[in-house]
Design a protein. Sequence first.
Length: 151
Amino acid sequence: MTSDRLSKKSIIEACKQKQKQTIADFDQELKNIRENLTNHDESASQSQKGSSSDNEMIVRLEHELMFLKKELQTLDSIDPEKILERVNEGAVVETDQRIFFVSTSIEQFDVEGKSLFGISTKAPIFPVMQGKVEGDSFEYGGIRYFILDVY
């Protein structure tokens, strides 16, 4: 079923754009919290009560940011020219329900007018679909998916 396949290169680029935007949003949030913390610390009349929760938030955001950057590296490592016949990392999996891109966890995104969902190999759905080929089916969350194409 190769005639109306989405470009894997376009899919990867859309994922990277979404990931980079998410990273930029986290960077901005970290910057804002750090500025508020600095302003808070400089104000002698303020209590120090809020600093602890701000510091915890900074640590959580920094960890999430590292995770997001690692996922961006995963996207960079996927060869857009490699066509896969079995569901594995880097595969586009078109089903009768939705289109999956096995790469990183990315919420719904659009490419060439079609909606896709990025899933990581750590997602609970992945082991259920891993290794499947066109014509196979799998069930997850009470939904049966029939695989129309894998590439």
